[in-house]
Design a protein around this ligand. Structure first.
Ligand code: NI
Ligand code: MN
Length: 224
């Protein structure tokens, strides 16, 4: 199994037979060093509709014949563009061929790049090849993250740290206490000036509370 980070919130999870991508923002992402045509996947998970997450979803889904997993309104919007979807909603999970996806709360908004409002933003709990991943999407800190941590043994958590639109470093450190994941991977920072922070500062702070942080440079992978 392999995890790859491509900048902003774009994460790829690959097993022997499956490739799942989350929030594939490539066009307009200055940190992303691949092209939409380079992506091979069979499922796409979208946390919400904002352009820096929705990204190249339609193009990639059509080329790969991939199914998009998203909240009901966002899935409807995507389906109308001629893409296969699976509708989920907050708190609901489903067993897909590659593993289980359950959408969690995220405190944020959700509209598509053309301004259509598409319901609630979400995070995702993904269980694949015996590992559990938590992708928080865009969110503020919220106390129910504690419940997510209590009810799931999370191996890898992807948490936004860039401030302005989401949690900043100090709130994300608190989130790390709640989520209680084995390894934390910071996301949603340094793509644009307005979300510029020092991930080493985050790393230092969470190591001081005994947690493990793995900063991935865009394009970098972890083999499990
Ligand atoms: Ni957003
Ligand atoms: Mn965002």
């Amino acid at each position: 199994m392999k995890i790859t980070y491509y900048g902003q919130s774009f994460v790829q999870l690959e097993s022997n037979r499956n490739s799942i991508i989350i929030d594939p923002f490539i066009t307009g992402n200055p940190l992303c060093n691949i092209k939409p045509d380079d992506v091979k996947c069979n499922f796409i998970i979208l946390t919400h509709g904002h352009g820096d997450h929705f990204g190249d979803t339609i193009d990639i889904a059509k080329k790969n014949n991939a199914r998009v997993i998203a909240t009901f309104e966002l899935a409807e919007y995507i389906n109308k563009k001629g893409v296969e979807v699976h509708h989920l909603n907050l708190g609901g999970g489903y067993d897909f061929p590659f593993g289980r996806v359950k959408l969690t709360l995220a405190h944020h908004s959700s509209s598509t790049p053309d301004g259509t409002y598409v319901g609630e933003a979400a995070g995702a709990l993904i269980t694949m090849d015996g590992k559990t991943f938590y992708h928080a999407g865009d969110t503020s800190l919220f106390y129910d993250m504690k419940l997510i941590g209590e009810m799931n043994k999370i191996d890898f958590a992807f948490l936004p740290i860039g401030d302005n639109f989401t949690m900043g470093i100090d709130d994300a450190v608190k989130a790390v206490e709640f989520i209680n994941a084995s390894v934390i991977i910071p996301i949603h920072y340094n793509t644009f000036d307005i979300i510029k922070v020092d991930p080493e500062d985050f790393k230092k702070k969470i190591e001081s509370i005994g947690k493990k942080c793995n900063i991935l440079n865009p394009g970098e992978s972890i083999e499990l």
